[in-house]
Design a protein. Structure first.
Lengths: 160, 508, 429
């Protein structure tokens, strides 16, 4: 299954991936408007971590065994046919079970505002339908994020 | 900011931010390696210390919303043609520090650029041009000693074989090589990028005087290793794995003085590769302390040839200075296979600004006089000449070859290909583009995957342009252009200058 | 007699997990799921939302078409009365028999109902574990103004908070000396209690209800301490115990929980167990106990289902995990939060403002449990550290103080497992 591979040796902590993620998941598709008018500033699915010379951008690993799916009490997290672990924000009830379960910290709680739900990377499913790469991969200027096949085979996704 | 010497206020650059577009992604704060950009999380603003900005434009390049522009500080006294602003600032700096002003890159001063006064010929009517997309165009070049004659012999089975033993040659698919940049002045990522591009292109790269790092041994087959006055990293393996060895006598950026790697750039790995103590300044002595005469040079050249069993050509790199022709003649007679002539526009990682800007002569003139002298003495075939120091485009390469060079070395162009903006702070080791620094946080900014691709494309582009220019001249092999001064004309030079270059003025 | 290759007693989360597990390996055989509840597969953890006014459909865990897609037959509103293990069949209420090749028991837990004087003939006494309970409470909302909740555990505090938000006067009576004894440590219990008190909920700790007063209608409760709390309704939320009703009078090993091995097998061949009913390995101390938690039930289901379908898929064990989302400040915890003895090291950070509290419980340099209040982004990393047993002696300070917990201080080799093309994200990778 193609996933976002993180080449941490070349991450330069430029945060372009975060801006691109926010822009692509916004209504306006424009980074400035997304940050300033739609208030999506802390809503990036990919988060850059930096310490000294080590840096990388981390987003959902779309695990073969998604711990978040086990923990979701409303069934909002499902595994799609193409392998993407998808969190449907409409069905999320904000129980934070996925936040507590993900060993990579890839599921994030939105604690601002009244409607508290979790959010996480959806592998840019809307872009994939158009044959485009995920936004973070496109935005990275130093090839620290790559969209490529992983070596081991995917879990058997039940043919529905 | 006060509380320091007031002249700091006359800083050269201002970081201009479009605050509406700035989304506070903090990318610029992270990218700036000169401590000029900060984030105040209480006020949620990004603010700049303009006096620390060196104009590297890294933040401008990577801002995702194009909110930053690095602009020259418009606040300066009226324009003075003699007391240029840079001279004024340098005076303030020396009055405050009392030390040598060290800088990087090559001479940026307004001296005549002879390349810009040379024009190429094109064919018309009587002598048809060649279409490079239809006919084969030969850029392949061989560097090495060419003999005086070739003796053939007939073998017992009737076939003809070459009797003369040829001196070792380097085969270049294009007459452009990557010049010497030492490990220490630049980092392994960039060296690896040049090595990979050289292998792809079928040309060569140079290790510079910092030794050859273990990681680059796989690319050593197309590497030229340098033996400089400090003899950093020179061992038997070093000479054995390479394609050729280059004795560095001088360097165009700073003729007469040796290489300089400031102590703050010497980390553990560099110390190991160079075989020096960590943190110590790596200053190569001005002369090789075992080369005080031309006979000494001959001794070293043959020592290397003995060690490499006469299987590899030996290069000698000299800086272009006043009596370059006589020096080149001596070097050729000393046994060098290739002479590298480095003009005064050559770049460097660290040099006193006074030496960089005021010492040496242009490579165009140097090549012309060296080529002429060697021809006059009948020994032009015994060496190949490589021109370097200020080769900026494919036309410069063609002109250099027409003036007499066999090939060129490029370095500043290579750095520009991977992002350099000529901010001239290489010596600080804080290169925000990750080129002239070994700080791991910065060096990662050069991804060999991307950089080697960019270098490859640059040289490929130039090679294609060269084929076009050759075709326009009706030449189908770069060999035919070598030293072919008749295909050049000068424009706007004095009669004496044209005479020295050996090129007729336009119109004649 | 109805016959099905796989029969699952129960239709909740463990059953859904079992179906997933079976179908990964066997797409052809028949599966039948039987539940006495008419609502089918719904989320018990969302019952508070139903009381607040959402529809029953909102609680649906998997859509109606899910079972159809999975090729599962459903029998809802039918109770299993007897297991005839010798003949591999079940007896349903009404006499019908169901034969099976492989059986999964995910009958869940029953609420622990203490015998309280005066409870016998009263209305408006509720438990809060199933849909029917939530439905009754919702219907009864107009009939009471004040309510007493017995038990300040996870369920008790949640129902107390929900009713408080619906403008009921709520009092909580707890036997222990603090709220959420199992889930939290003393300091975080204090924070949780003050957050709830600020909303108007009253607490009576170190106390218990001795008598429910009144006739058919409740007038109030008498506490052991002697206090009297006037109220019109009582909700017991003391916890659930594994439901052993069906296993009585069978050779199945049931001792305060259905005994299963690492492949979720009971002592009877072809009979498996998963969910709140079983006793499974708690990885924090290696002991087997009943851990009635949502994610564990699902995972046990997948493991059971996979093994029923022929795979050899051992259960890695579970750990207690709790998430209190309903308070003003979220509280997450996992593992051992209150150390049982001195061999554990406890690290605490409290910003004294009630907005950021974290405690880490370590043993031999390994994380055994944690509580984090307020700053919860990345809490899962800590859960992962408990499971992976990585030595965190060098990084424990950063885990304690940094608000958002990330992977940057983990060893590089650990990150490579999921950053590179290797993709070790399977259950046992």
């Amino acid at each position: 299954m193609k996933k976002v591979i993180i080449a941490e040796d070349f991450c330069i902590a430029c945060y372009n991936c975060e801006v691109a993620c926010i822009a692509t998941h916004s209504k306006s598709q424009d980074p400035v408007k997304a940050y300033k008018r739609e208030n999506l500033r802390s809503r990036s699915n990919a988060l850059v971590e930096v310490k000294g010379p080590v840096a990388f951008s981390l987003m959902c690993r779309h695990c073969k065994h998604p711990w978040c799916l086990d923990a979701c009490i409303s069934g909002a997290i499902q595994r799609l046919d193409n392998g993407i672990v998808y969190l449907d924000e409409e069905r999320c009830v904000g129980c934070w079970g996925c936040v507590l379960a993900c060993p990579y910290g890839a599921s994030h709680p939105n604690l601002k505002g009244d409607d508290k739900r979790a959010f996480k990377c959806d592998l840019c499913i809307n872009r994939l339908d158009k044959g485009l790469n995920p936004a973070c991969v496109e935005a990275c200027p130093n090839k620290a994020l790559l969209y490529d096949e992983t070596l081991t085979e995917t879990v058997e996704v039940l043919s529905r | 900011m006060l509380y320091k010497k007031p002249q700091i206020q006359y800083y050269p650059y201002i970081v201009q931010r479009d605050d509406y577009k700035c989304v506070r992604c903090l990318g610029c704060v992270e990218q700036c390696s000169y401590d000029a950009t900060f984030y105040d999380d209480e006020l949620d603003v990004i603010w700049n210390k303009h006096e620390a900005c060196v104009g590297c434009k890294r933040c401008e390049a990577l801002c995702p919303t194009d909110a930053i522009k690095i602009v020259p500080n418009p606040s300066r006294p009226y324009e003075h043609d003699s007391w240029r602003w840079e001279l004024v600032m340098d005076t303030y700096l020396q009055a405050n520090t009392g030390s040598i002003i060290i800088t990087g890159i090559g001479n940026d001063k307004r001296y005549r650029i002879y390349f810009d006064h040379l024009l190429l010929d094109a064919c018309q009517v009587t002598n048809p041009s060649i279409d490079p997309l239809r006919e084969p165009m030969e850029l392949r070049t061989f560097l090495g000693r060419k003999g005086n004659k070739l003796e053939l012999e007939e073998k017992s089975d009737g076939s003809i074989a070459l009797k003369t033993r040829l001196a070792p040659q380097l085969t270049l698919e294009t007459p452009i090589m990557f010049s010497a940049m030492s490990y220490g002045s630049i980092n392994l990522n960039f060296q690896e990028s040049m090595a990979r591009a050289a292998v792809e292109l079928g040309t060569y790269w140079n290790t510079g005087e910092g030794g050859l790092h273990k990681k680059l041994y796989p690319y050593a087959g197309r590497g030229i290793v340098q033996v400089a006055s400090g003899r950093f990293g020179v061992s038997r393996d070093y000479l054995k794995v390479a394609a050729a060895a280059e004795i560095k006598i001088g360097q165009g950026a700073k003729p007469g003085i040796g290489g300089h790697l400031p102590g703050e750039k010497v980390n553990a790995d560099i110390a190991e590769t160079r075989m020096i103590p960590r943190g110590s300044d790596a200053i190569s002595p001005a002369p090789h302390h075992d080369i005080y005469s031309i006979e000494d040079l001959r001794q070293l050249i043959y020592a290397i040839k003995e060690t490499t069993r006469y299987e590899k050509p030996v290069f000698v790199k000299i800086a272009a200075v006043h009596n370059i022709a006589a020096i080149a003649s001596g070097v050729a007679r000393a046994g060098a296979d290739v002479i590298v002539v480095d003009g005064f526009r050559g770049g460097t990682g660290a040099t006193p600004k006074s030496v960089r800007d005021h010492v040496g002569i242009p490579v165009e003139i140097a090549i012309a006089v060296v080529d002429k002298r060697l021809r006059d003495e009948g020994i032009r075939n015994e060496v190949s000449i490589v021109a370097t120091g200020g080769v900026r485009c494919s036309a410069d390469v063609i002109k250099a070859i027409a003036l007499g060079a066999d090939a060129v070395y490029i370095a500043t162009s290579a750095m520009l290909a991977v992002g350099c903006t000529l901010c001239q702070t290489c010596n600080t080791g804080r290169c925000a583009w990750g080129i002239t620094t070994n700080d791991p946080r910065l060096a990662r900014r050069q991804n060999p995957e991307i950089a080697s691709e960019q270098l490859y494309k640059l040289v490929k582009g130039w090679s294609h342009e060269m084929k076009e220019m050759l075709g326009a001249m009706g030449i189908n092999s770069i060999e035919s252009l070598k030293g072919n001064r008749l295909r050049l004309r000068t424009l706007g030079l004095t009669e004496k200058e044209s005479e020295i270059l050996g090129v007729l003025p336009a119109g004649i | 007699m109805k016959k099905s290759d796989y029969v699952i007693v129960g239709a909740n989360v463990a059953a859904v997990g079992t179906i997933e597990g079976i179908r990964r390996h066997d797409t052809r055989s028949s599966i039948l799921t039987i539940s006495y509840e008419t609502l089918g597969s719904y989320s018990k953890a969302m019952l508070a939302d139903y009381i607040k006014g959402s529809s029953a459909g909102y609680l649906e865990y998997r859509g109606k078409d899910y079972f159809e897609r999975m090729g599962v037959n459903c029998l809802y509103g039918r109770r299993v009365t007897r297991l005839d293990l010798d003949k591999s069949k079940l007896l349903l209420e009404g006499g019908e028999e169901v034969g099976y090749k492989k059986l999964l028991l995910s009958v869940g837990g029953t609420p622990f109902k203490p015998a309280i004087k005066g409870a016998e003939n009263k209305e408006l006494i509720f438990s809060f574990t199933e849909f029917i309970d939530a439905h009754k409470i919702r219907e009864a909302l107009p009939r009471f103004e004040s309510v007493v909740v017995i038990g300040a555990g996870f369920t008790g505090t949640e129902i107390a908070y929900t009713l408080n938000k619906l403008n009921k006067k709520v009092s909580v009576v707890e036997l222990g000396d603090r709220v959420l004894v199992k889930a939290l440590d003393p300091k975080s219990s204090e924070i949780a209690e003050s957050l709830m008190k600020a909303e108007g909920i009253e607490f009576y700790l170190n106390d218990t209800v001795e008598e429910i007063s009144g006739n058919k209608e409740i007038s109030g409760v008498k506490l052991k301490s002697g206090k009297f709390i006037p109220c019109q309704a009582v909700i017991t939320a003391i916890g659930v115990v594994p439901n052993g009703q069906l296993m009585a009078n069978t050779p199945l090993n049931f001792n305060r929980g259905l005994e299963v091995d690492e492949f979720m097998r009971t002592n009877i061949p072809d009979v498996y167990g998963a969910g709140d009913v079983v006793k499974a390995i708690d990885i924090t101390d290696g002991e087997k106990r009943a851990l009635p938690l949502w994610p564990l039930a699902y995972q046990q289901g997948i493991v059971a289902g996979s093994n029923m379908a022929g795979a050899k898929y051992p259960y890695a064990g579970g750990l207690p995990m709790n998430s209190l989302k309903f308070l003003k400040v979220p509280i997450l915890s996992a593992g051992i939060t209150t150390p049982p003895d001195q061999s554990y090291q406890v690290l605490r950070h409290d910003d004294q403002k009630g907005s950021f509290y974290r405690s880490l419980i370590l043993k031999d340099g390994r994380l055994k449990g944690f509580v984090t209040i307020g700053a919860i982004d990345g809490a899962g990393v800590l859960t992962g550290l408990i499971k992976s047993r990585i030595d965190i002696s060098d990084i424990k300070d950063s885990l304690l103080y940094e608000k958002r917990i990330g992977l940057i201080r983990m060893p590089r080799e650990w990150r490579n497992k999921v950053f590179t093309r290797k993709d070790e994200t399977g259950y046992h990778d």
